[in-house]
Design a binder for this molecule. Structure first.
Ligand SMILES: [Zn+2]
Length: 81
């Protein structure tokens, strides 16, 4: 348990949900899901597009925004140099 009384699994699930949210448009719809405001399918996150560098690992490899299709593959988040 963490000091807030939550299990590490709970924390991991909450963090995973935030990563999933990176694929939502500004109207709250996941990329490709119906979104009337986007005009059909949600166009996804307009701020961080797939392939964008969003940070670096401790080894200096780039952390990149994966495509929606590759979201659940951890290796797709890392671009090895
Ligand atoms: Zn939208």
């Amino acid at each position: 348990m963490t000091d807030a009384g939550r299990s590490q699994g709970d924390v991991n699930r909450r963090l995973a949900r935030i990563l999933l949210d990176l694929h939502r448009c500004e109207h709250g719809r996941l990329e490709g899901d119906p979104c009337l405001s986007c005009g059909g399918g949600s166009s996804g996150n307009p701020v961080i597009r797939p392939g964008s560098v969003i940070g670096y690992t401790r080894h200096g490899d780039e952390i990149v925004m994966p495509s929606w299709a590759d979201h659940n593959e951890p290796e797709s988040w890392i671009r090895r140099s």
